[in-house]
Write a protein that binds this ligand. Structure first.
Ligand code: ZN
Length: 75
């Protein structure tokens, strides 16, 4: 799969937009909501936010979260 490819995933709690973040673009550290551990800079990971628009697009974008790829998969 192409790096940086944005996709939509259907989950039990609705539709989510998932955007992979490559190591080069990961310049900050984040706290993963899945495991509460740090995602260190230069770690490939992904960003996810709701895609069903229930709260409005601005709220969806404001609710973006950075996840370890693994934690998102087992979420
Ligand atoms: Zn995690």
């Amino acid at each position: 799969m192409r790096a940086g490819w944005r996709r939509t995933e259907e989950r039990r709690d609705g539709l989510w937009t998932v955007q992979p973040v490559t190591a080069v673009r990961a310049t900050k550290s984040y706290v993963c909501p899945g495991c509460s551990l740090e995602i260190a800079p230069k770690t490939p990971h992904l960003v996810a936010w709701r895609a069903d628009g229930l709260m409005g697009e601005a709220a969806d974008l404001a609710g973006r979260r950075h996840w370890h790829s693994h934690c998102w998969r087992i979420r």
